[in-house]
Design a protein around this ligand. Structure first.
Ligand code: GLU
Length: 494
């Protein structure tokens, strides 16, 4: 290491979108770097992806930016590092630490079956490890397909000094690791295509990564990587493997797709559903980490301030949709009125509602505690745009079909019409006085007005709603409802 600065990385395979589980890995690496004045970089592991890489990389980077992450250098692409890998491959050949093995896929499969039947580790039997040099060279010359294998020590253990995991799960018998392949099968003469453990080790070493934080499924790979670090004389980074994320009791996998449209696993699909980027980051950060004060409602800055590896949990995390939604609604309520309007605009416009109306900010703030997602606002705001075609049926039965409903609406309409200062307080006082004058309970009175103004049985405060609807429209709606009751003979049906 040239300096002691913390340097972390996120190393996505560009196979599709950024998964919420991948986001957790990226976020922890980023938070750790940011919390310690370190650097965070991205390495795209694109050696075995033939197509669709660009779109996938774009989507992954977009998702990371979305939640507020940044990186300290241009992303590195493994596909552009062939010369470097070749150079380090040559070092292993020169040190006699790798050898070509010529078994076919079928032969390897037979070997595996046999090992399993005999209860031996299902690893390569090292048949080619001691093949005479001349024989090797002859086969290579003849173009026999082969893989290159690493000479793992024949005995002893390799221990991964993991910062979170511990004990036997981190100790790997070299016999179990076996002489793993570092390249894909390929005929002689063609460039060697190197495999994950080989390239990752070179990259992490040359990129001076100090801490590798990633999913526990890579713990076994860490052992192989440690052997490679030693082979090249590199100092291994500190490893930290994160426990699983369970969803509905099952492992959440990067291969999961967005099967259920209400609970997608990609970052961008959550955004499109109306989750706030800050809430996505907040919830995902809690899948295995707790803030020092155990506060669960956190901004990105607070997460950076409180982040440390010793507050990571060793237990699997449970993905809890209700909690995710709760955190989202908390962040929603935390937005300024202007910001809220900005955020809901694409959602309501998509549903055909104009965002240029002058009352949007007031209305959005008013309904925001009835909304969990940005996509909930269209419905919550709809009656401000137009009186619904139908009044809620249950409401009609319960509140319009009475002998006083028409009277209530007529009285209030007259009073609203006469109000000079059309302000919330004045409206409130008027409603209050009217209930008293009519000697009614508010429970019999309020819902009639509400139904008339909004078509619904649930809404924010009546005076607030009227204030947004405006003087004329409020009166009009009250009269329309009175007419509706009269023309349908609802009062007499009571
Ligand atoms: N490309 C690997 C993955 O997506 C990265 C593993 C690592 O971080 O070393 O799982």
């Amino acid at each position: 290491m040239t300096d002691s600065k913390i340097r972390t990385r996120y190393a996505p395979s560009p196979t599709g979108f950024l998964h919420l589980g991948g986001l957790r890995t990226a976020l922890y690496n980023w938070l750790y770097a940011r919390a310690n004045g370190g650097e965070f970089v991205i390495r795209v592991e694109d050696t075995d992806q033939a197509r669709h890489v660009d779109a996938s990389v774009d989507q992954i980077l977009e998702s990371m930016k979305l939640v507020g992450m940044d990186w300290d250098a241009e992303p590195v692409f493994q596909s552009k590092r062939g010369d470097i890998y070749q150079e380090y491959f040559q070092k292993l050949i020169d040190a006699d630490m790798v050898y070509p093995a010529f078994e076919t896929m079928e032969e390897l499969e037979d070997m595996r079956q046999k090992a399993m039947a005999e209860k031996r580790p299902a690893v390569y039997n090292r048949a080619a490890r001691d093949m005479p040099k001349a024989e090797r060279e002859e086969k290579i010359k003849a173009g026999v397909p082969h893989v290159w294998r690493f000479k793992t020590p024949l005995d002893g253990d390799t221990v991964v000094n993991d910062m979170l995991m511990g004990g036997d799960e981190c100790r790997f018998a070299n016999e179990q690791i076996g002489d793993f392949a570092i390249s894909r099968p390929g005929p002689a003469g063609e460039p060697v295509q190197f495999l994950y453990n080989f390239v990752v080790t070179i990259d992490d070493a040359l990129m001076e990564i100090t801490n590798v934080i990633r999913g526990v499924e890579h713990l076994g790979n860490a052992a192989k990587q440690i052997l490679l670090y030693k082979a090249w004389g590199f100092e291994p980074p500190k490893f930290l493997h994160l426990p699983l994320i369970l969803k509905g009791g099952k492992k959440m996998s990067k291969r999961d797709t967005d099967a259920d449209p209400r609970t997608p696993v990609s970052v961008t699909a959550r955004r499109d559903l109306g989750y706030l980027p800050e809430a996505i980051a907040n919830y995902i950060a809690l899948l295995g980490w707790t803030a020092p004060d155990e506060n669960e409602l956190l901004s990105l800055d607070e997460m950076i301030k409180g982040f440390s590896l010793d507050r990571l949990s060793k237990s699997n995390a449970n993905f809890d949709e209700d909690k995710f939604m709760h955190i989202n609604s908390w962040h929603l309520r935390n937005l300024s009125d202007d910001e809220l309007v900005k955020r809901i605009t694409p959602f309501i416009e998509e549903d055909g509602y104009k965002s240029s109306v002058p009352w949007l900010s007031e209305a959005a703030a008013l309904v925001s505690d009835r909304c969990n997602l940005l996509s909930d606002f269209s419905d919550a705001l709809s009656y401000f745009y137009a009186l619904p075609e139908d009044y809620e049926e249950k409401g009609v039965e319960k509140f319009f079909k009475t002998d006083i409903s028409e009277n209530i609406l007529g009285t209030v309409a007259d009073k609203v019409e006469k109000i000079e200062a059309f302000e919330i307080e004045a409206l409130e006082k008027m409603l209050h006085d009217t209930v008293e004058e009519m000697e009614l309970k508010f429970g019999k009175f309020g819902p009639v007005i509400r139904l008339a103004l909004t078509g619904r049985m649930q809404s924010p405060g009546l005076s607030e709603v009227m204030h947004i609807l405006g003087h004329e429209e409020s009166v009009r709606r009250l009269r329309v409802a009175a007419d509706y009751i009269a023309s349908n003979n609802l009062s007499s049906a009571a």
